[in-house]
Design a binder for this molecule. Structure first.
Ligand code: SF4
Length: 210
């Protein structure tokens, strides 16, 4: 089921029975980024803090396994699914293999999702842990910096278990979510999900008319 159809099919929550949403902790302002920052502000997600019809659960997989601050890491040789299957590796900037710790972190995030009977996850795209639409293809530093379509390790773990994961850049899906949790929300009909943007289509050489 596409993200938009899934969001449209979500139940209408109440204050007494809010939607249970797991969010990358940095997207809610937790200073858990590799450099001790929250990677800036994400108003489209922070807005969720103001709705009683939402129960937010936040988690940072990399902080769980590696602490903060820490090295930056990327997936080499595949996507988060491949890391889970032992076919790709998570390497830090200095070349340390973090694959095992990242898989453990993803398993912990899955436990949190299951314990909270999660209905949706909103995760930080492009992260080796939390990316859900796009991630780096190998090391993000240097001349060979490149992106690939795919999920990070923690997002892949959640997806494999059947949870729906969207990113903070899936603006059209977020609009559907906001209408679900607030019936007076004015939907921005021009909003696009990440995979619908011109950047995404041009970078991955997809038809711009798709
Ligand atoms: S691992 Fe996820 S939650 Fe933690 S800082 Fe990176 S993107 Fe944010």
């Amino acid at each position: 089921m596409t993200d938009k159809l899934y969001l449209k099919a979500l139940r209408v929550p109440t204050d007494e029975d809010p939607l249970r949403i797991l969010v990358s902790a940095c997207l809610l302002g937790t200073l858990c980024g590799y450099d001790g920052s929250a990677y800036g502000e994400y108003p489209g997600v922070l807005k969720l803090l103001h709705y009683p019809t939402v129960k937010l659960i936040k988690f940072c997989p990399e902080n769980h396994s590696f602490g903060t601050p820490r090295e930056m890491c990327d997936i080499h040789g595949g996507t988060g699914f491949d890391v889970l299957d032992g076919k790709a590796k998570v390497l830090t900037e200095s070349g340390i293999d973090w694959s095992e710790g990242m898989i453990k972190a993803s398993e912990e995030m899955l436990k949190v999702a299951q314990a909270n009977d999660l209905e949706l996850a909103i995760m930080m795209d492009v992260s080796a842990a939390c990316g859900s639409q796009v991630i780096y293809d190998g090391n993000r530093f240097g001349a060979k910096k490149a992106y690939q379509i795919g999920a990070g390790v923690a997002a892949a773990q959640l997806m494999r278990a059947g949870f729906k994961v969207i990113s903070q850049r899936d603006y059209a899906s977020l609009e559907i979510l906001y209408l679900k949790i607030n019936s007076t929300h004015q939907v921005d009909t021009k909003a696009k999900d990440h995979h619908e943007t011109d950047w995404y289509k041009e970078y991955f050489k997809l038809s711009l008319s798709n």
